[in-house]
Design a protein around this ligand. Sequence first.
Ligand code: CMC
Length: 436
Amino acid sequence: MPQDTLTITDNRTGQSYNLPITDGTIRAMDLRKIKTKPDDFGLMTYDPAFTNTASCRSAITYIDGDRGILRYRGYPIEVLAEHCTYLEVAYLILFGELPTASQLKTWVHEITHHTMLNESTKKFMEGFRHDAHPMAMLVSTVAALASMYPEARQVHDHENRLLQIKRLIGKMPSIAAMSYRHSVGFPYVYPDNDLTYPENFMNMLWKMVEPKYVANPAIARAIDILFILHADHEQNCSTNAMRCVGSSEADPYLSTAAAAAALSGPLHGGANEEVLRMLDEIGSKENVHAYIRKIKEGKGKLMGFGHRVYKNYDPRAKIIKWTADRVFEVTGHNAKLEIALELERIALEDDYFVQRKLYPNVDFYSGIIYQAMGFKPEMFTVLFAIPRTIGWLAQWQEMLSDPEQKIARPRQIWVGHDTREFVPIEKREKQQPATV
Ligand code: CMC
């Protein structure tokens, strides 16, 4: 008997099956042959929320949650955050190798020359209510780009795909900045091609009447590092949405909009916004103990804590903490940081959190940094979506090039009625409505 197999005995029939084990997995389709009779559908796996199901083979991002490891294309996140720019990391994530100096120059030039929004996109964004949530604006505008670039539907044309990817990487900061300027009633600022990716973003956000925007280098570097940390995170909720929607061969703008919509939820990218609300609610260091008690009584969650994969620490949270110190040197002391540090200190000593392996995640400190830079909490998830776009697109491209992938279509376990007899409306009696 080959060693890399799994023997299953079906006690309903007494029959045994040998299933190959490859890369620590068995193929769910191999279970289909386990039947009680020939017309039986065959065995399935039941895995709500995909907690133990590999949905693809990927060579982009590696996470070892128990050891707190995160690598893009084999390079540790700490090394990339220290030595690279975001666009350099974006190149690595997309193409699989770090660029040479001349490849990087060309790449930066190409992205820079796709930052401009068409005037009708600008007008589209001006149509939102003055208090529209910037994430709702971002999701809708990214989807609307599909109408601007109809050729993007040719998803199997490699060159065309690359063009749309460059457009999206270039335009995300412009859309994000426009959504911010709209929410504060300021006019749109056009991109400045002399500036780097983070500097140009700052220019589009904060330029007022000065003829040329000059970015603070420490803040620009902090934004670049935060972008690197958020660039990809393997098969999380929004990436899964990107792959799922993209598997229907929807164009990259619509698929990216779907991924961004998934990111907006408070359990995913929306968590950093919730962290700030939580710190506001706590109000001061003295109230931290009482707040933790409330969480332990099951009244809510400690936002910015816990992770589906990291059960040790989130390596991004460490780098963010370091970045926070650099930012506060420029912006001055932030009272929220004190509450956050106290919260972290107490939670990390508390049995409830220790037993459940709940550590601060990437969102715990990012919101505090963003607020110190002058962003409103509503902007935080938008700031996450900008860099994550390269992760979504690289994963989308990998999915389209994988011959094993097809349209994503899970199965279900039917728990509803068997066939029922139709009752005409005049004969129907009041029923308890089904709970939804
Ligand atoms: N505060 C208090 N208790 C928690 C928390 C938390 N933040 N997270 C998990 N738990 C408890 C949970 O109630 C459960 O307890 P019990 O075993 O008594 O039922 C146990 O820990 C296991 O939690 P889980 O819900 O099974 O864990 P999960 O892997 O399904 O959820 C999570 C992961 C990130 C959704 C969750 O930890 C959470 O909601 N955290 C707060 C929101 C947050 O910070 N999200 C950002 C995630 S990182 C960035 C990103 O993905 O965008």
